[in-house]
Ligand binder design. Structure first.
Ligand code: NAP
Length: 548
């Protein structure tokens, strides 16, 4: 039986509330996990740090924020009724619409009654005597459950840059991942943006439309490609709705859960004309076609990768008027697609505006933030506003900021000090009954989130059902199974050029002490292979897991 938590602060001495399962996070995956666990007849409580549902789409409200996945692929597939009821208005939905979708789902399935908002979890400790997790929120409330599902989101711990003087700035300042709920006005203001990843690229393009003067501080440039968004008229939406089964089947067949399936030919086995024609066609196709639908070996072979990098460099040179600026915007340290490709809608043309300036901080880092602005290369630049588009402590940050302790009081942070070790990215040895959604090394980590996320959630629900049905109270991976999966993740990654590049995929974040050694945080074997492995695990009655 579920017990409702009191709405008023509870003294710490009060005994913890008890549930069958606790989910941390009410984003896309946490919401669906709640639905699936309810179906098992379990009492479930979801703890959410934000004030409402939506996760990523709740926090990232910065101007320009939108899907880079086709809207109709970034949707729950579990309910035909839900699919029939929801209309997308654009091929790549803007953040407010996506958040409305999350709210619609929460209302339809009456999810909020089991979600405790504004409740950040401080600690999660496994009690070995009762095989229960005990959690404590930052305001000192406690709750216990047999199962703990981490729906923390891979990109949910925003990181400020390690630049001196950040607290001294007297103007407005924002991190994109903690954007205010009130509109921010850029008109007539001198605005600085630090960071040019997928977020910075979306934000800069939008801010440039109304800003007084914009200065972009770019460290390493990224390879960006046109999103080619457009509205969806109601007749087109009807067609899309009729095609949902086909759309989902196509996503399932692709490596990354997208509509775009890699071309099996090698880039250099076709003629230069054929290659150029394909690149041109992909450049004009909406979404990630140019990344995911390109010659497969652009991910694995440097010479093949050079062909697409040269093509995109040419496009940048064509679009940016000042050749010196164009060169600054072309990455020189990595090839196309080795880091996450930002999708853009007029990004390069922003640098043709008279009121936009690009400052490269690659050779000369920002010296410090001052009360009036930013000091760089001995010059003080004054600003009314600084926007930090400096990203996240990807994959690990959301775990590390909770004090998670497993068997023998071992801290997860310590166990993963040299990089995560997991079985399927879903469990880690020594932390029984803790399941991770889109954790490091899951198939969902390098995939269109809801497509692979739904599969993660279903796997976890099935595993919990099995554990309950067998009368077990503990489940965790066998150490050997974990070692094999982790080795497999690295073996697969070795082939990929992305594993040889500094990015959040490889765990590099120089704003965080000790995070300058590459590990691999994704699963690079593709969604179909991951799905097959999960199916084998289920078919073997979870042979690689240890039950007690
Ligand atoms: P990011 O890709 O990690 O980019 C952070 C940016 O900040 C980089 O340009 C980085 O430069 C710069 N930076 C960080 N610290 C700095 C410092 N101390 N000095 C100067 N520059 C600094 O973060 P993000 O753009 O927020 O994107 C993260 C991920 O979120 C994306 O890869 C994507 O998966 C997801 N995302 C998705 C969407 C979407 O689906 N529509 C939109 C936005 C983001 P360096 O590159 O030199 O480190």
């Amino acid at each position: 039986m579920s017990v409702e938590l009191s709405k008023h602060p509870t003294p710490q001495a009060e005994p913890p509330r008890r549930y069958d399962a606790i989910v941390i996070g009410a984003g896309i995956n946490g919401m669906y996990q709640l639905i699936r666990l309810r179906e098992l007849g379990l009492s479930v409580r979801v703890f959410e740090a934000g004030g409402d549902v939506g996760g990523t789409w709740y926090w990232n409200r910065y101007p320009g924020c939108r899907f880079d996945s086709e809207s109709y692929t970034y949707i729950y597939s579990f309910s035909r009724e839900l699919l029939d009821e929801w209309d997308w208005s654009e091929h790549f939905s803007p953040q407010p619409e996506t958040l409305r979708y999350c709210n619609y789902v929460a209302d339809k399935f009456d999810l909020r009654k089991d979600i405790q908002f504004n409740s950040r979890i401080r600690s999660a400790v496994f009690d070995e005597t009762g095989d229960q997790w005990e959690l404590e929120t930052e305001d000192g409330r406690r709750a216990r459950a047999r199962y703990l599902v981490m729906a923390l989101g891979p990109l949910s711990a925003p990181v400020m840059p390690n630049i001196a003087g950040i607290d001294e700035f007297e103007g407005e300042s924002y991190h994109t991942g903690l954007w205010p709920h009130q509109p921010v006005d850029f008109r007539g203001k001198r605005v600085a943006v630090i960071g040019t990843g997928a977020t910075g690229v979306q934000l800069i393009t939008e801010v440039a439309k109304t800003v007084g003067h914009l200065t972009v501080f770019q460290r390493r440039p990224n390879w960006c490609s046109p999103l080619r968004n457009r509205p969806i008229a109601s007749a087109e939406m009807r067609q899309i709705r009729a095609r949902y089964p086909e759309i989902f089947a196509r996503c399932m067949a692709s490596e990354g859960g997208f509509m775009h399936v890699a071309d099996p030919r090698k880039a250099l086995e076709v003629s230069a004309e054929e290659r150029e024609a394909l690149f041109e066609q992909l450049y004009n196709t909406p979404g990630f076609a140019i990344w995911m639908g390109n010659f497969r070996d652009t991910f694995t072979d440097r010479a093949a990768n050079d062909t697409i990098s040269e093509f995109i460099a040419r496009k940048i040179r064509e679009r940016v008027n000042d050749p010196r600026l164009a060169e600054l915007l072309i990455p020189k340290d990595h090839g196309f697609g080795m880091r996450r490709v930002p999708m853009e809608s007029g990004y390069y043309e922003v640098y043709n505006q008279d009121n936009v300036k690009l400052i490269s901080t690659l050779e000369t880092p920002i010296e410090r933030i001052t009360p009036r602005g930013i000091r760089h290369g001995g010059t003080d630049h004054e600003f009314d506003m600084i926007v930090y588009a400096t990203g996240f402590d990807a994959m690990l940050g959301s775990y590390n900021r909770i004090d998670i302790r497993g068997i023998g009081g071992q801290r997860l942070k310590d166990r993963w000090a040299e990089g995560p070790r997991t079985f399927l990215g879903i469990q880690t040895a020594g932390f029984p009954n803790m399941m991770m959604l889109i954790g490091p090394h899951t198939g969902a980590s390098f995939c269109n989130m809801p497509r692979c996320g739904e599969e993660n959630v279903d796997f976890v629900a099935d595993l919990i059902r099995y554990t309950e049905a067998q009368g077990y109270t503990r489940v965790q991976p066998k150490p050997q199974a974990e070692a094999q999966w982790t080795a497999h993740v690295y073996k697969v990654a070795e082939r990929l050029l992305i594993s040889q590049t500094d990015s959040w995929f490889t765990g590099i974040n120089r704003n965080i002490p000790g995070r300058d050694k590459r590990v691999f945080l994704l699963y690079g074997g593709g969604a179909p292979r991951y799905r097959e492995k999960c199916a084998q695990v289920v078919a073997s009655n979870y042979d690689e897991l240890e039950f007690a």
